[in-house]
Ligand binder design. Structure first.
Ligand code: HEM
Length: 126
C-alpha cells in the first residue's frame, strides 16, 4: 500500500489500470482502436497519463495536452462508459493507495469525467 503520491506510485496505478482497460470488453476496443494493440504503441500513452496525474498532484508540469480535444476527436462512445472507466479506476486506486489518497484520485477523476462529459456530449445535467 502506497502512502504517498510519487511518480513511481502514479506509474504503477497507470500500468495496472490500463492493463485491465486493454482487456475490458467495452472500454478496451475504444482505447485499442485509438492507440493500438502493441506494448510499443501503448508506452507513449502510459507516459503521457503519468505526466497528466503528476502534473495535477505533484505540480511537475510535464503534461502538455488538451484532454477535452483528445476525447472529442475519438469516435463517439456511449456516455455510460464513463461510469465503467471510473469504477475500474477507483478499484485500482484502492488496490494501490491507502484510503486517504485513493479518495484524492476518486474526487479528481470524477471532477474531470464530469467536465469531459459536458464538453463531449454538450450537456450539463450530469
Ligand atoms: C469512458 C471514458 C473514457 C474513455 C473511453 C477514454 C478514452 C481515451 C482514449 C482512447 C485516449 C487516447 C486518445 C489518443 O491518443 O488518440 C484518451 C486520452 C486521454 N484520456 Fe481518456 N478516456 C476516458 C475517460 C478519461 C478520464 C475520466 C480521464 C481523466 C480523469 C481521462 C484522461 C485522459 C488523458 C489525460 C488523455 C491524454 C490526452 C492527450 O492526448 O493529451 N480520460 N482517453
Amino acid at each position: 500500500m502506497h502512502e504517498t503520491i510519487s511518480i513511481k506510485s502514479i506509474r504503477l496505478l497507470v500500468d495496472v489500470f490500463y492493463r485491465d482497460i486493454r482487456k475490458h470488453p467495452r472500454l478496451g476496443p475504444v482505447f485499442n482502436d485509438a492507440i493500438g494493440r502493441s506494448d510499443e504503441k501503448w508506452e507513449p500513452h502510459l507516459q503521457k497519463i503519468t505526466h497528466f496525474w503528476s502534473s495535477l498532484f505533484l505540480g511537475t508540469k510535464t503534461y502538455r495536452g488538451n484532454p477535452l480535444r483528445a476525447h472529442r476527436e475519438l469516435p463517439q462512445f456511449p456516455i455510460e462508459l464513463f461510469d465503467e472507466w471510473l469504477d475500474l479506476f477507483h478499484q485500482k486506486a484502492a488496490e494501490i493507495f491507502v484510503p486517504e489518497i485513493c479518495k484524492e484520485f476518486k474526487v479528481k477523476s470524477e471532477m474531470i469525467a464530469r467536465s469531459l462529459k459536458v464538453g463531449i456530449y454538450q450537456m450539463s445535467n450530469f
